[in-house]
Design a protein around this ligand. Structure first.
Ligand SMILES: Cc1ncc(COP(=O)(O)O)c(C=O)c1O
Length: 399
């Protein structure tokens, strides 16, 4: 692709209007209907990052949409080197490029790993509240969910490693799913927290599925640490999952990666017919390479904008609805709002949809710990966010 020609004005995260958003075909704006502002699914509202837009446009202009030179059959992986370079550059972690496998999204990778490593009835440990499709996956696959609660104390969101280990040991659980940065609490786990998790996995001989898809959205001073970078013993039991689709906002292009370090799992995976789980597509690969190699200036500007929105959510709620407890997330653009003191009924998201015409994610879907919570996606323009917050705070004040 050509060198980036983006200027500061290409990175205006406020330069779009409601009509443009409402014309989108994606589910975020399709679903809620004309009167409602959507703040639910984790898509951002911004235009495509210029380097990604250019890479996609160039592939189309070249007429280069035929069978790619790589495929699951050849074993050549176009993302192996870009992924390894990205991890080394950002975190000083040196993954093995030849251990990278591609999937259409993280959810598919998780389902494939569970399919190949567990049987119905087996236990899978997950920290809850959890991204709803993970809980649904475990339920639909007939696995038993072992919940390790993430709870709020005076210091913010955290977990008790002893309690997690007791639940794991009692259920003979051999699979541990870790989401870091965590959705929905926005926590970026510290080295000490990650070490406690890794120790549990080692002591209980567990396979770790580490979902690190939100890593590039950590706000300084919080710094993401890949779990597999903690040492060879941890790495050898860890499948690290990520993609460029969350930080760079192209989930529709269906392109994710799994760094499959456990040798036995790689063997089993590679023995499957290569197209069984669906390969990635050429545009997803082009976008991912462009994001990882040329996206840093856009990403830095994005984080500045999101940080401003994060501040706006925190100050508005604190000033106008202090009964909602909401710690600013340490990563990503999802505010996990504890609405229990407002007594808005069983489902705060229902209340805000009806009374404020703002569509949030309901807390219940995140597990028992989500009762009385709602999740607000603030990855939009300042104008749209201001309107959402105004509708929500006015609705609560008018009760
Ligand atoms: C932590 C986390 N993991 C995974 C996903 C889903 O990723 P994918 O669309 O690649 O399955 C999301 C989506 O928001 C997420 O927040």
């Amino acid at each position: 692709m050509t060198e980036q020609t983006a200027t500061a004005t290409d990175f205006d995260f406020d330069d779009f209007d409601l009509a443009w958003l409402r014309a989108k075909e994606g589910v975020k704006w399709r679903m809620p209907g004309p009167e409602v502002l959507p703040a639910w699914v984790a898509d951002m509202d911004f235009p495509v990052a210029p380097p990604i837009r250019d890479a996609l446009a160039e592939a189309v202009a070249r007429g280069d949409l035929g069978y790619p030179a790589w495929s699951n059959w050849t074993g050549r992986n176009p993302l192996a080197e870009p992924f390894a370079e990205r991890m080394a550059g950002l975190y000083g972690w040196r993954p093995r490029p030849e251990w990278l496998r591609n999937f259409s999204d993280l959810l598919q990778a998780i389902q494939v790993v569970l399919h190949l490593t567990t049987r119905p009835g087996d236990a899978v440990a997950v920290q809850t509240p959890a991204y709803p499709p993970f809980l649904k996956t475990i339920e639909m696959m007939g696995r038993r969910m072992i919940a390790g609660p993430i709870e709020r104390s005076g210091d913010g969101w955290g977990f008790d490693p002893q309690r997690l280990e007791q639940a794991i040991a009692a259920s003979h659980c051999r699979i541990l799913m870790i989401v870091n940065p965590h959705n929905p609490t926005g926590r970026v786990f510290t080295a000490a927290e990650l070490r406690s998790i890794a120790d549990i996995a080692v002591r209980n001989d567990m396979l770790i599925i580490a979902d690190e898809v939100l890593a590039e959205l950590a706000y300084p001073p919080h710094r993401h640490i890949p779990l597999a970078s903690l040492g060879p013993e941890v790495a050898a039991r860890t499948v690290t999952l990520t993609s460029a689709t969350k930080a760079f906002n192209f989930a529709g292009l269906r392109c994710a990666v799994a760094h499959v370090a456990p040798a036995r799992l790689r063997e089993v995976l590679d023995a499957q017919p290569p197209d069984l789980f669906g390969p990635v597509n050429v545009l997803g690969v082009e976008a991912t390479k462009a994001a990882w190699r040329h996206g840093d200036a856009w990403l830095a500007a994005l984080l500045r904008h999101l940080d401003g929105n994060r501040e706006l959510v925190a100050t508005t709620l604190a000033a106008r609805v202090p009964a909602i407890a909401c710690d600013p997330p340490q990563a990503a653009y999802l505010a996990w709002m504890d609405c229990r003191r407002l007594a808005l009924g069983a489902e705060p998201a229902d209340y805000f949809r009806t009374a404020a015409r703002v569509l949030l994610s309901d807390g219940k879907g995140f597990g028992r710990e989500g009762d009385g919570f709602a999740r607000l996606n603030f990855a939009t323009s300042r104008e749209v966010l201001t309107e959402m917050l105004s509708r929500m705070t006015t609705a609560v004040a008018g009760r």
